[in-house]
Design a protein. Sequence first.
Length: 209
Amino acid sequence: MRNLLLLILLVATQTIHAQGLIGTPNSLIVVYNYPGNHFYMEVKGKDKRTTDQAGVYIIDNRVVQIHAVSKDKFLEDTSQVLTTKEFIEKYIKWEVDYIESSFSFNVNSHVEFLKSKKGRDIAFWTYDMPAGEPEVKTDSTVTTPTQKQLFVVTRTKDFVVGINSPLFQKDQFDNIKNYLFDNIDGLVESNKEIDLDELNKKVNNVGAQ
């Protein structure tokens, strides 16, 4: 997918890389292990494929980006004590400032602070894409243009973690919104480093009798 860099206008260079991917029959698990911050995101889907852009996947023929950004990327003073809302607000402002200055267009950013189905503090964030976006091709579709980017983000310790997907011309806004809301609760936090082999055995019942 040659146009994914234009399709997903997130600060990809600032997004940390996952340490591992685990597939199950019904989901993709993206694992992150950083000092004092160990977590994974499980996104539902049967057909999962990577792309040539880190953190971007095709899940059941939907373009999905899973991202995690450390606070030292968007906070000038990392010792600040912030509420989850304040923490996310600073992250989104940093992203918007970068996008608008780098790509020279007004993104018309909109943010709602809500609770996930499991009670997690989240933000639903959208912004408009510029006119004249190129065709976006997957194996079975050709869709153009991209109208908006839709995100659901949350906080885990020192990181903002989120999932996003583009709104194409023929897509339904509420369907994508609900998809993101359903999957943000796939975030699982750990107090210790996540062992990929052990997690794989657990989620795929490896060795189970």
